[in-house]
Design a protein around this ligand. Structure first.
Ligand SMILES: C[S@@+](CC[C@H](N)C(=O)[O-])C[C@H]1O[C@@H](n2cnc3c(N)ncnc32)[C@H](O)[C@@H]1O
Length: 205
């Protein structure tokens, strides 16, 4: 991956994704998480302060060692036990039906084989479980979509394979999830091509 991907990018993500405007979205997406949680794309643990008390433990899946190191202070000030148990959302080291809830925040854009990652989440969630997500993706407006297609090659190079045009809800439905809550919006203060967000809850069959 190289020094940029391993050392620099996780630090950029830690700052960019830690901005105040993002916190309210983290609060919303974490609301309702409970029991055993798997968080795919844990990053630097920016969701840790928002885990509700009903969360008993978290299995963190994250390839970037630097992200995990940057999470240390947040983990130290949290009562929720978090274990880094895997490096790749495409292959979760968890038994079938073992998690009550799951969390992804701005991660489905980056996982190379996102369809496989979603099938893995579906596999490890208990029946009646829930995947809480907030993701940027394909915009609802054609004019914004055109910019997304133009910018995507650059975005992928600069941000470690991050796609701008993934249709989050379509991908979730394609993996067999039912969407039970959904809010779509352009994130304030972010160019529309980068901030076409979907925040919600998806249920496995
Ligand atoms: C934009 S960052 C978001 C980080 C974090 N979820 C947040 O909200 O701050 C995308 C994250 O996905 C992680 N990632 C990339 N490929 C992955 C994979 N195959 N499995 C799990 N996570 C992955 C990256 O290392 C990075 O931490």
């Amino acid at each position: 991956m190289g020094i940029y991907g391993e050392q620099v990018l996780p630090r950029i993500v830690n700052v960019a994704c830690g901005m105040k405007v993002v916190r309210e979205q983290r609060q919303r997406v974490c609301d309702g998480l409970h029991g055993q949680v798997v968080e795919v794309g844990f990053g630097s643990g920016l969701n840790v302060p928002f885990y509700p008390d009903a969360v008993s433990s978290v299995v963190a899946i994250e390839p970037a060692d630097v992200g995990w190191k940057l999470a240390a202070k947040r983990l130290a000030s949290s009562n929720v036990p978090v274990e880094r148990s895997g490096l790749d959302g495409q292959s979760l080291p968890l038994a079938n039906d073992s998690c009550d809830t799951a969390l992804t925040t701005w991660t489905l854009c980056t996982i190379p084989d996102v369809e496989t990652a979603l099938l893995e989440l579906r596999r490890v969630l208990k029946p009646g479980g829930a995947l809480h997500f907030v993701e940027h993706g394909l915009a609802p407006d054609d004019s914004v979509r055109r910019w997304q297609h133009r910018l995507e090659p650059i975005q992928k190079r600069v941000f470690g394979g991050c796609h701008l045009t993934r249709p989050t809800v379509g991908l979730l439905k394609g993996a067999g999830f039912t969407i039970s809550e959904l809010d779509t919006y352009y994130e304030k203060g972010v160019p529309k091509a980068l901030g076409a967000n979907s925040l919600g809850v998806a249920r496995p069959p």
